[in-house]
Design a protein around this ligand. Structure first.
Ligand SMILES: Nc1ncnc2c1ncn2[C@@H]1O[C@H](COP(=O)(O)OP(=O)(O)OP(=O)(O)O)[C@@H](O)[C@H]1O
Ligand SMILES: [Mg+2]
Length: 233
């Protein structure tokens, strides 16, 4: 099986107020292309930081991250942006929509960056998929948290990413919307073969993926096929 992601001996430290804070240490794992997995762990355990390193949004302090055998650590900012745009979709915990662009324009940005044609109808179709066909002209500040999350999902999908990183994708959604979003995410995996790496507090959601990595205090404490991980509960 092709490895889409390979992370070896990764650590991340922050310097603040003259002190060194290690938020991730000695993280090792790799991910099969087309697979689905979850990362779970307590608040502050380093999940978002880890996802950011995997997606090339941030750099590790030690070790390396390879995406499709490309070592992200060796790339400059421009090259990194290109790799992100070509392969990666990202759903952030705090949405990260551009406040000065409408919902529709936010979804159009990755398409535009890829140099696609006829991007408006494609973006409208994606907004329709997440149930926001009539909100395309709204700015993020005019949308609820759940609606912003759905725009962010439509934007992540617009890239046709080979790998989708999702940080608490259903964090602020009601049960019904959350179910619809999860269906869309797994449909993307089934139909386009998109690899899914998801951070979640929701163990029912984690149970839908094939593998669960638990982290605690910045270290991996278990990495198992989902059935084995759930049996331990
Ligand atoms: N820029 C930064 N400077 C200093 N410390 C940071 C920085 N970013 C994150 N941290 C610290 O790193 C640790 C891990 O943060 P992270 O956001 O990865 O946690 P998390 O597991 O995603 O938590 P949550 O479940 O609450 O989202 C936290 O203790 C956080 O305070
Ligand atoms: Mg987080």
């Amino acid at each position: 099986m092709d490895k889409i992601l390979n992370i070896q001996q990764v650590s991340k430290t922050y310097q603040s107020a003259g002190r060194t804070l290690t938020v991730l240490h000695d993280i090792n794992f790799s991910v099969d292309a087309g697979s689905t997995m979850s990362i779970v762990g307590p608040s502050g355990s380093g999940k978002t930081t880890l996802l950011g390193l995997c997606a090339g949004l941030d750099r590790s302090s030690e070790g390396f991250v390879e995406l499709h055998n490309i070592r992200l650590n060796t790339l400059n900012e421009g090259q990194l942006a290109e790799v992100r745009n070509r392969y990666i979709g990202f759903i952030f915990q705090n949405f990260q929509l551009m406040p000065t662009l409408t919902a529709l324009e936010n979804v159009m940005v990755p398409l535009e960056l890829r140099g696609e044609k006829k991007i408006r109808p494609i973006a409208m179709d994606l907004l329709d998929k997440v149930g926001l066909a009539d909100r395309g002209h709204h700015y993020p500040s005019q949308l609820s948290g759940g609606e912003q999350q759905r725009v962010s999902l439509a934007r992540a999908f617009s890239n046709k990413p080979q790998i989708l990183f999702a940080d608490e994708p259903t964090g602020s959604l009601d049960a019904e919307t959350s179910e619809r979003i999860i269906d869309l995410i797994f449909e993307l995996n089934r139909e386009a073969g998109t690899t899914l790496v998801m951070v979640t507090h929701d163990l029912d959601l984690a149970a839908k993926t094939q593998r669960i990595i638990r982290i605690k205090g910045g270290a991996i404490v278990s990495d198992q096929p989902t059935q084995a991980a759930i049996a331990l509960q």
